[in-house]
Design a protein. Structure first.
Length: 58
């Protein structure tokens, strides 16, 4: 996602940035999980979407 919050644009499809509230909202909706679960996944496997997706499918 864009760092300029006025021009959010498309999300970064490779990494999750938990420092941006709009990214948290996007990824929790995309994965269908709570913010807590998303944060647990990032803590467990890192910020790459493919790794998070695999972790959440377990």
């Amino acid at each position: 996602m864009s760092d300029n919050l006025q021009h959010r644009g498309s999300p970064d499809t490779e990494k999750v940035n938990l420092g941006q509230p709009h990214e948290i909202q996007y990824w929790t909706e995309r994965f269908g999980v709570s913010e807590q679960k998303l944060r647990q996944a990032v803590d467990a496997v890192g910020v790459y979407v493919t790794d998070i997706e695999a972790y959440l499918k377990r």
